[in-house]
Design a protein around this ligand. Structure first.
Ligand SMILES: Oc1ccccc1CN[C@@H]1C=C[C@@H](O)[C@H](O)[C@H]1O
Length: 331
């Protein structure tokens, strides 16, 4: 068992400390997960394409393994995610002639999906990322164009929250997005969530994915985003925290290990981030990393396929990195 102070104990008075897991990493990272974390999120196993590959077929085996692991170890579970434009099957949007279905058919399908998935884990999953990444990154438009908007305009967003609330009235329902600290996208997310609140849509929190890197966002932008979202009176969570050692536009793929300077910069940034998060612990209820250790991170395939990255607090052999020690020192 790791000797280092447990992150979940260091921040017990502040917020849950979570990690994204897979059906493999709950085995390969079991010791690290149970020692440091008190919440987990299925990285892929609860996405639409993973649990509902065909209209008449649900495949819950791997999601069940993850929920069982959490129950065994007394860990909270965040559900990710119900409505998204990625990792969602085409059949959801199409009829037998491969035409886009009507709004009514889409709503009945997604209502049934949410009723089945949220209903299955009622009492085990305390919070859901009901809607993921509908805000457009660029330009004036509020929503990104997708099959969802093609068929249902913006109405599907409120519907998703209403269906999730009907399926589990006790679950905390989140809107989740990335680049959430960019001022322009921050203001769009605020506009969307405020409009939902003003219409009495059941939404309880905003998920800041927090896929950051050594160079951005600035601490000022992070603080401004927290302040702006908190002004809505909702709880906030960091839902997918990692700190890439590369700028998003840097496609270099020559490194087989991080440069020492990178790990020092990463430690500086993580320390400053957690100091800031502690300052807002009254509105931040959980901080979930998008992985527990560098041996498994989605960033080793995004945005550059096969390009290794080292974004987390523990290295490929689950040893603490400089960033862990700086964060742990905030106890
Ligand atoms: O940072 C981004 C940049 C462009 C598109 C999507 C994202 C983040 N998108 C996230 C990342 C990994 C997936 O496993 C998560 O489900 C998704 O929410």
């Amino acid at each position: 068992v790791p000797a280092e102070s447990a992150l979940k104990d260091i921040f017990a008075e502040d917020f849950h400390i979570g990690a994204a897991v897979s059906s493999k990493t709950i085995k390969s990272q079991e010791s690290l997960l149970t020692h440091h974390f008190n919440s987990i999120t299925a990285e892929n196993e609860m996405k639409f394409a993973s649990v509902h590959p065909e209209e008449e077929l649900y495949t819950f085996e791997e999601a069940d393994q993850i929920v069982d692991f959490a129950r065994k170890h007394g860990m909270a579970v965040r559900g990710h995610t119900l409505v998204w434009h990625n990792q969602t099957t085409d059949w959801l949007f199409r009829d037998k002639q491969n035409q886009l279905v009507s709004k009514a058919v889409l709503y009945e399908r997604i209502r049934s999906h949410i009723q089945t998935v949220v209903g299955r884990y009622k009492g085990d999953i305390y919070a859901w990322d009901v809607v993921n990444e509908v805000i457009a990154d660029d330009g004036e438009q509020l929503l990104r164009t997708s099959s969802w908007t093609e068929i249902a305009g913006d109405e599907f967003i409120a519907k998703a929250f209403e269906y999730a609330h009907a399926a589990d009235p006790n679950a905390l329902l989140f809107y989740n997005d990335y680049n959430e600290s960019h001022p322009s996208k921050r203001d769009k997310i605020y506009t969307l969530v405020k409009s939902l609140l003003d219409r009495g849509v059941p939404i309880h929190g905003i998920g800041l994915q927090a896929h950051w890197n050594l160079f951005n966002p600035s601490l000022d932008d992070i603080r401004a985003a927290i302040e702006k979202y908190a002004s809505l009176g909702l709880q906030l969570q960091l839902t997918e925290l990692d700190v890439s050692v590369f700028r998003f536009e840097d496609k270099r793929a020559d490194l087989t290990e991080p440069e020492p300077g990178m790990l020092e910069q990463q430690a500086e940034f993580y320390e400053a981030v957690f100091k800031l998060l502690k300052e807002y612990s009254d509105v931040i209820s959980a901080v979930t990393f998008w992985g527990a250790a560098d041996d498994h991170t989605w960033l080793s395939d995004f945005p550059v396929r096969g390009r290794k990255n080292w974004p987390l607090l523990f290295d490929e052999r689950h040893r603490p990195k400089p960033a862990y020690y700086r964060v742990a020192a905030l106890a």
